[in-house]
Write a protein of this length. Structure first.
Length: 226
């Protein structure tokens, strides 16, 4: 059960659905046009490939270093040990720096996306390039989200467990976020000649089905997997 929950969590982290809305909001804010499509295709392809490679690398290194030592990771302090073998005393600082950069980037993206979603739904002014007094409610939302995000840890919840649960619960909303985007990807009014092809639709549909199936098992896996 624990391995099943881990697999669901990794998928949730890799296919974070908030990125779809976050990225499209940035496209609107920066006034992207058709001439920006090639650069964005490269950015999306290279970025996804790089992120997936890093994720696989973390799993391989953890298996090679921690498994033979019988270390069962229950905290970030234990996870840091995977870098002490190849890097010695620099392993822990390197792990801390990588973890800090990853957490900071994710926190900023998720908080901004929450501001985008709420502001767009309620018709508020929004945009990270505007001055705070021009979109005060948008700024309030993402600043409040950053502040509230630290509460679980301050209240004593183990950071690694909070991370795992958040990654797994991301899978629950995956079908509800991706399905509307699949419809938009085939709308000739918005995309004209740039609509999805058969292969693209098949891949996205497969992700939606996989996400829906995983959403049905993620909570039992979380409970039974401890």
């Amino acid at each position: 059960m624990r391995y099943g929950f881990l697999a669901v969590s990794i998928l949730g982290a890799t296919l974070s659905p908030y990125l779809l809305h976050f990225y499209s909001s940035g496209a609107i804010e920066d006034d992207w046009s058709e001439k920006d499509l090639p650069a964005n295709r490269i950015t999306a392809s290279v970025g996804m490939a790089f992120g997936s490679t890093v994720s696989m690398g973390v799993l391989v290194v953890a298996a090679l270093i921690l498994k033979p030592s019988g270390i069962r990771v229950e905290s970030f302090e234990q996870a840091a040990l995977m870098l002490t073998d190849p890097f010695g005393r620099w392993g822990v600082p390197l792990f801390a720096a990588a973890l800090g950069i990853g957490c900071l980037g994710a926190a900023i993206e998720v908080s901004l996306n929450l501001g985008y979603v709420i502001s767009q739904a309620l018709g508020w002014e929004w945009g990270e390039d505007q001055k705070p007094h021009e979109d005060a409610r948008f700024c309030t939302v993402y600043m409040a989200a950053l502040a509230l995000a630290v509460l679980p840890t301050l209240l004593g919840a183990p950071p690694l467990r909070v991370t795992m649960i958040a990654m797994a619960l991301t899978v629950l909303v995956l079908p509800f976020i991706v399905l509307p985007f699949l419809i938009l990807m085939n709308d000739p009014h918005y995309l004209k000649t740039h609509r999805n092809g058969f292969i693209g639709n098949a891949v996205v549909l497969a992700v939606i089905v996989l996400g829906a199936l995983l959403a049905l098992v993620v909570v039992p896996l979380e409970v039974l997997g401890g």
